[in-house]
Write a protein that binds this ligand. Structure first.
Ligand code: HEC
Ligand code: HEC
Ligand code: HEC
Ligand code: HEC
Ligand code: HEC
Ligand code: HEC
Ligand code: HEC
Ligand code: HEC
Ligand code: HEC
Ligand code: HEC
Ligand code: HEC
Length: 396
């Protein structure tokens, strides 16, 4: 404490005598003399908060990603005291061109509304205690960076109970520098980019997906039309998030939710879903069973194909195996069972159609006869009671 104070006094002594601004002690130690001493800074600035803001030591830099840099690598013109006007600070971009270029293409550099301040390099990284990327990818680094994102995006915090809530980086899905609006077709979370974005962490799912019926429909979609389709929702070819959701995702073995196993499919395949709910599997699922078949138990999840294709789990050659996962004794006759019955369609399942028509005709017939019978009884009772009233009247 004594040494810096003495040095500072020497410096100030020079000032008092009106001599030209002296050069400071060499290198970062010179800066530390003042910028490492909050009490000294406090004497020259209006508030403690301002003094704390100015407090930056070379040890902070040495522990950061800029360990090899000196104060002067970034700050020019502060070599003398008092600091003359016109000191400049190097921009991050002057040394990190690529990050700068990507950032300049982002919504963070150019928010939609003029009144919003851009989120610049220092908003996310800080200006001095900048961490190495390797540290940013560790649990602690991810939590810190995510908290920084959430400090501006308060409503988008993820809770630890969601699969990505604890230690998955926000920037893993949104890109750290080229962050685009989520409705922008060039965003990392845009339909066509998801296989790559999510696939960086979920290789297996991402490899299977582009080849299946959904991946093919997505690849075939006119990229320009996707813009409209994103609004339309249900007509949108399925992407990872159509089935899994984005924020608020649920783990696939979360028994409390059928979101990904049935509900998601039902938003786009309402007809098949309605008919599924007419079957034993569907009714039991609706009642809360977790052991009967849901959509993906029969069709798969990331390798879904039309039943006519051999790769489909429900191709006729695979049904014994697929149903056999749960029905040990499944044979050809068993798998002829209609998983999506439509009793009104004679072409699809004639016996079912006939049974349906017969049973309903029978039911209707019984109701009509019973109803007529009741009606005639009612008429008779009415007539009887009128008659007896008339007889009582003539007696009275
Ligand atoms: C004798 C004490 C002293 C020394 C030594 C000193 N500074 Fe400062 N510096 C200050 C004070 C006090 C301020 C705030 C008032 C001002 O700007 O003059 C300041 C302001 C600054 C600012 C501007 C901060 C801002 O945004 O307002 C920078 C940058 C800075 N110093 C960098 C340095 C660097 C780099 C060194 C070493 C080469 C250095 N200083 C050495 C006392 C010192
Ligand atoms: C890698 C570049 C870099 C290095 C190295 C660096 N700074 Fe800075 N410094 C910055 C940037 C960027 C800012 C923020 C400027 C702004 O917000 O306008 C800043 C701001 C400051 C400020 C103003 C207070 C603040 O935090 O906004 C002071 C004081 C300062 N630096 C002192 C130092 C000292 C002393 C050292 C050496 C121990 C140092 N800086 C090393 C880049 C650097
Ligand atoms: C004078 C040049 C210079 C300036 C200015 C500068 N940096 Fe650096 N930065 C470096 C060097 C050199 C490294 C060391 C690793 C490397 O080569 O990328 C580095 C490393 C980094 C890293 C870690 C990279 C990694 O691979 O782990 C980040 C993050 C970073 N800088 C961000 C910033 C930010 C944010 C600013 C502005 C506040 C900034 N830098 C200003 C030169 C600079
Ligand atoms: C919205 C927050 C955010 C902003 C704004 C931001 N960064 Fe980053 N930056 C990150 C994250 C997160 C990482 C780590 C990414 C990873 O794990 O690959 C990163 C990584 C880096 C790296 C390491 C190498 C690389 O390019 O991935 C450098 C260097 C860097 N940033 C510099 C900058 C500079 C320079 C700016 C300003 C032009 C900037 N960053 C703006 C969040 C941000
Ligand atoms: C698993 C990938 C993923 C992660 C991790 C993630 N997001 Fe998102 N985010 C999305 C998707 C996809 C959307 C588009 C809307 C939706 O489907 O929920 C989105 C939407 C957003 C939006 C726009 C909200 C709106 O409706 O305008 C913001 C802001 C955002 N996320 C910030 C964050 C922040 C902050 C974090 C970290 C706490 C984060 N995201 C983590 C995928 C992710
Ligand atoms: C300093 C505040 C700030 C920080 C920190 C910040 N952002 Fe942003 N973010 C913004 C602003 C401002 C916009 C532009 C909003 C607009 O144009 O409507 C934005 C836009 C976004 C969007 C697009 C939202 C949309 O409406 O489509 C996403 C996604 C996003 N940020 C994610 C992140 C992530 C991930 C991080 C952390 C790595 C982060 N942000 C850190 C301020 C911030
Ligand atoms: C058509 C709906 C659908 C689409 C599209 C889809 N998934 Fe899935 N995904 C599922 C279902 C259903 C499960 C549950 C499978 C199970 O329980 O065996 C699942 C399981 C998962 C799992 C956890 C278990 C595993 O198989 O690894 C991950 C991770 C996953 N999906 C990621 C993705 C990614 C990444 C994409 C985009 C490339 C994607 N999903 C696209 C429906 C889908
Ligand atoms: C930065 C890496 C990363 C990215 C990017 C990422 N995830 Fe994840 N995801 C994880 C981790 C880690 C978990 C939790 C551990 C696990 O269950 O695999 C997880 C869990 C999941 C689960 C739950 C798995 C289960 O077993 O229940 C699904 C589904 C999932 N992610 C889908 C996605 C989708 C869709 C995207 C893109 C929008 C995506 N993820 C982006 C890392 C990531
Ligand atoms: C966002 C909408 C969407 C979601 C969610 C969705 N699909 Fe699809 N699905 C489509 C589209 C679009 C096609 C391809 C066009 C077509 O042939 O009908 C398709 C094709 C299929 C096919 C092949 C049908 C054929 O005739 O080619 C099956 C089987 C299928 N989906 C089952 C599922 C299952 C099971 C789920 C849930 C795990 C699901 N889908 C989720 C939109 C969706
Ligand atoms: C018990 C197994 C099983 C379950 C559960 C099941 N399906 Fe199917 N699904 C089939 C079989 C077998 C076919 C082919 C024969 C047919 O059309 O019924 C099929 C046909 C389809 C088709 C028509 C395209 C094609 O491949 O022929 C779609 C779309 C479809 N299912 C979606 C769904 C959805 C969505 C769910 C959940 C709501 C679901 N399936 C549940 C077995 C099942
Ligand atoms: C994920 C497991 C699972 C799959 C796959 C599955 N089922 Fe089922 N299914 C069940 C369960 C559990 C029941 C409840 C009754 C039981 O245990 O037999 C059931 C009931 C049935 C029933 C009515 C009750 C009975 O045993 O007669 C029929 C018919 C049936 N399944 C046919 C099929 C056919 C056909 C397939 C293949 C296209 C299939 N199931 C695929 C689990 C499954």
């Amino acid at each position: 404490m004594l040494r810096p104070v003495a040095a500072f006094l020497v410096v100030l002594g020079g000032l008092a005598a009106g001599t030209p601004a002296p050069a400071l002690a060499q290198g970062d130690q010179g800066c530390d003399l003042c910028h490492g001493e909050v009490e000294l800074l406090r004497q020259h600035v209006p508030s403690l908060a301002e003094a704390e803001r100015l407090s930056v030591t070379s040890s902070v830099i040495a522990a950061s990603a800029h360990e090899g840099e000196s104060c002067a690598s970034c700050h020019t013109g502060y070599q003398r005291w008092p600091h003359p006007d016109g000191g400049t600070t190097e921009t991050c971009v002057s040394c990190h061109e690529e990050a700068g270029r990507l950032w300049d293409s982002s919504l963070h550099a150019h928010p939609r509304l003029d009144e919003l301040d851009p989120a610049d390099c220092a908003s996310c990284h800080g200006s001095h205690d900048i961490r190495w990327v390797d540290e940013l990818r560790e649990d602690d680094g991810i939590r810190t960076m995510n908290a920084t994102c959430v400090s501006c995006h308060e409503t988008q915090a993820m809770v630890p109970s969601e699969p990505h809530g604890d230690t998955v980086s926000c920037a893993g899905c949104h890109a750290p520098h080229g962050t685009k609006g989520v409705d922008d077709l060039t965003a990392a979370v845009a339909p066509l980019a998801q296989a790559a974005t999510c696939g960086a962490c979920h290789e297996e799912a991402a490899e299977a997906f582009p080849g299946d019926a959904h991946g093919a429909a997505l690849a075939d979609a006119d990229p320009l039309a996707l813009d409209d389709l994103m609004e339309a929702g249900a007509e949108m070819p399925a992407t990872c998030t159509s089935c899994h959701g984005g924020h608020g995702m649920v783990a696939v073995d979360d028994t409390a939710s059928l979101a990904v196993h049935v509900d998601a499919c039902a938003t786009c395949h309402a007809d098949e879903a309605d008919r599924y709910f007419g079957t034993y599997h569907g009714k039991a699922t609706a009642l809360g069973s977790h052991v009967v078949a849901t959509c993906d138990d029969c069709h798969g999840a990331h390798g879904i194909f039309a039943s006519a294709e051999e790769a489909s789990w429900v191709h006729e050659s695979k049904l014994v195996e697929t149903c056999g996962e749960c029905h040990e004794h499944a044979r050809e006759a068993f798998v002829a069972y209609d998983s999506h019955p439509d009793p009104l369609d004679p072409d699809r399942n004639f016996p079912l159609f006939v049974t349906f028509v017969f049973m309903n005709a029978l039911l209707l017939g019984v109701l009509v006869v019973f109803g007529l019978h009741t009606f005639l009884w009612w008429v008779r009772i009415l007539i009887d009671s009128r008659r007896s009233e008339a007889t009582e009247g003539s007696h009275g």
